[in-house]
Design a binder for this molecule. Structure first.
Ligand SMILES: O=C(O)CCC(=O)C(=O)O
Ligand SMILES: [Fe+2]
Length: 251
């Protein structure tokens, strides 16, 4: 085989890689911003349109797998767990596990990252905000793992006025808190250290719809028995329901 055709084959394989787009990002600059902003970055344009479109095409089927929750004064909305995504939208777990994608996140965070174990229903999930007032109150994405937890949010559908509001440097006594709010439009992303960035989603208005995708990566997949129990209770009550969470925790 000629050298040219080998190079063409490599180029084709690269183009076929769903995460090839990360090579076009100015990672050193983005990493600097991420570090300067308390391990937080928001980008309005991140996922290629084709990828977002592929995810959007799964929404009608996924809508049947939505589990809705209402926790007075904290959260109202729907969620689809990783187990439903494994069955109904395999391109989502494929991106979550894509080695090139993870390598990019490792460059950004400066950490060796692991995907969450099979038993974690929240490793990747979709959030459906579909009824007026759907929201989630101020919180950290606390790590129940032995190490750090990074959250990646990806905008899938956003026909809404609901915003991701965030406060940086919340845990830093020596710095003023910096707050802002953004709409997570289709293709947008937000990457942050869950234990550092205080955030919420403001209530959905009438006739609005917002669907976001979350990926969770950790620096250590170990979780103590007690932390696992707390994490499972939180996922059952606030997100996916007991059936989805505890059925799967037997593995
Ligand atoms: O809907 C989102 O974009 C984020 C929701 C969130 O912060 C959470 O469920 O922890
Ligand atoms: Fe969160």
């Amino acid at each position: 085989m000629s050298r040219a055709s080998v190079e063409e084959m490599i180029a084709d394989a690269d183009a076929a890689d769903e995460a090839a787009f990360v090579d076009d990002l100015d990672t050193p600059v983005l990493k600097q911003r991420f570090e300067a902003d308390n391990e937080f970055i928001f980008l309005d344009e991140f996922l290629p349109v084709e990828t977002t479109t592929r995810f959007q095409a799964r929404i009608p089927e996924l809508a049947e797998a939505v589990h809705r929750n209402y926790i007075p004064r904290h959260k109202k909305g729907g969620s689809v767990s990783r187990y439903a995504l494994d069955e109904l939208a395999p391109e989502i777990p494929a991106l979550y596990r894509n080695p090139r994608f993870i390598a990019w996140l490792e460059r950004m965070t400066g950490e060796t990252l692991q995907v969450c174990p099979e038993s974690d229903p929240h490793a990747y999930a979709l959030y459906f905000y579909t009824e007026p007032g759907d929201h989630i109150g101020w919180h950290f994405d606390t790590s129940y793992y032995a190490g750090k937890r990074y959250t990646l949010l990806l905008g899938v559908v956003d026909e809404s006025s609901a915003q991701l509001e965030f406060e940086l440097f919340k845990n830093d006594e020596n710095r003023e808190t910096v707050g802002d709010a953004r709409n997570l439009r289709p293709g947008a992303m937000c990457l942050f250290n869950g234990d550092e960035v205080w955030h919420r989603i403001t209530p959905l208005g009438d006739n609005e719809r917002r669907i976001s995708l979350t990926f969770e990566y950790v620096t250590d997949t170990h979780m103590s028995g007690w932390q696992r129990f707390v994490s499972n209770m939180k996922d059952s009550i606030a997100y996916f329901g007991f059936k989805q969470v505890f059925k799967r925790d037997q593995r």
